[in-house]
Write a protein that binds this ligand. Structure first.
Ligand SMILES: NC(=O)c1ccc[n+]([C@@H]2O[C@H](COP(=O)([O-])OP(=O)(O)OC[C@H]3O[C@@H](n4cnc5c(N)ncnc54)[C@H](OP(=O)(O)O)[C@@H]3O)[C@@H](O)[C@H]2O)c1
Length: 346
């Protein structure tokens, strides 16, 4: 007799099975009309079993998920790691360089994650050498469903408690909404919404228990100004991060956890090269709109000491945010369309 396959079902698999059972239950209910009363009784019994099993499976998955943060190591004051996503380039790497000296002389490690491990390792070696600190690197694709879980699993294996979480990894997309292939759109939602929310959800309880922690969600000015054509999902993801951070900040105000939504304007990094608009942006966009990643990192660390939740670094960016807030809708629409035609859309 052939051996039964080893079915290692993860939480997503079990939720899918629960959804299928619920669907089957509803279908049985639908079919129970127009049959004999005896048959209807049998169908309803079967429907009840399907729905009860779906509830049981979902309950077990929820219990597993709820038990996850407790498995992560407890946060001890002064020993928690600084975790930066998207640390292989641009703003993430600049934040790593800016925060590394603050860890010197303590036990807290710096944890760098992104997909390009060789970049992370080079940066880790540089910072460990220069500041005498422990730097851990973790390769993870946070745009994949389950990517954040992989990262959390490694934190658990290495017994790394996180005191400062910087959700920074991100990318842009070009073109109108329907022109973007769905896998790319789904990757953006997963990376810039799903994984950020999941990491906060998993790491926050330890910060609350310790009465000390920091979360920086790297949003964008694009999340504060009205939606730009050609930046449909990007602006929406960043607006999500801003609202999400505002609620989190209020929920945690008296629990020692500081939460900010960082809303930079244009920053020199690899972002626009990845987007394929680097040359056009650099040539056409006035220099005063650009900020160096190092300057942004300095302003971020200063903002962590302050009290604002939504942090717009730089006077020009604050002026743009203020104008977007106060101009009438036809004016902002006209400006958004003209801007996107010139810089973003083909
Ligand atoms: N540059 C700007 O003008 C600007 C303005 C406002 C806000 N921002 C935001 O700032 C953040 C950092 O961007 P940046 O300007 O520093 O751009 P960048 O230089 O292109 O850096 C993006 C980082 O995200 C990582 N990343 C991308 N896809 C990933 C994935 N699937 N899984 C894990 N990591 C991934 C990249 O690493 P790997 O490729 O190695 O995975 C890289 O480290 C983003 O959230 C961006 O939206 C940028």
């Amino acid at each position: 007799m052939p051996e039964a396959p080893d079915l290692a079902l993860d939480g997503d698999d079990r939720r899918r099975i629960a959804d299928a059972l619920r669907y089957l239950g509803r279908d049985l209910h639908h079919r129970s009309f127009g049959v004999t009363s005896e048959r209807r009784k049998l169908l309803w019994q079967e429907m009840d079993r399907c729905l009860a099993l779906a509830e049981r499976i979902n309950g077990e998955v929820d219990a597993d998920v709820a038990s996850q943060p407790a498995e992560l190591p407890a946060l001890v004051q002064g020993k928690g790691a600084v975790l930066i996503t998207g640390a292989s380039s641009g703003i993430g790497a600049a934040l790593a360089r800016r925060l590394a000296p603050t860890l010197a002389g303590g036990e807290a490690p710096l944890v760098l994650t992104a997909r390009r491990l060789e970049r992370l390792e080079a940066l880790a070696a540089e910072l460990a050498h220069r500041h005498g600190i422990r730097v851990e690197t973790i390769a993870a694709d946070l745009a994949q469903a389950g990517g954040a879980k992989v990262l959390l699993q490694v934190l658990l294996q290495r017994q790394l408690a996180v005191h400062t979480l910087i959700n920074n990894a991100g990318f842009g997309l070009r073109g109108t909404y329907e022109a973007v292939a769905w896998p790319q759109a789904a990757a953006m939602l997963q990376l810039m919404v799903g994984s950020c929310a999941e990491l906060c959800h998993a790491l926050l309880p330890a910060m609350q228990r310790a009465g000390s922690g920091r979360i920086v969600n790297v949003a964008s000015l694009a999340g504060l100004v009205p939606g730009l054509p050609g930046s449909t999902l990007y602006g929406a993801c960043k607006a999500f991060l801003i609202h999400f951070s505002q609620s989190l900040a209020l929920e945690n105000r008296d629990r020692g956890v500081r939460v900010i939504a960082l809303c930079p304007g244009y920053v020199r990094s690899e972002f626009h090269a990845v987007l394929g608009v680097e040359e056009r942006m650099r040539q056409r966009l006035p220099g005063l709109l650009w900020m160096n990643a190092e300057e942004l990192a300095d302003r971020t660390v200063a903002a962590l000491e302050g009290s604002r939740t939504v942090v717009v670094p730089g006077a020009v960016n604050r002026l743009i945010a203020g104008l977007a807030d106060s101009l009438p809708e036809p004016a902002t629409n006209a400006l958004s369309s003209a801007f996107s035609r010139r810089y973003r859309q083909e």
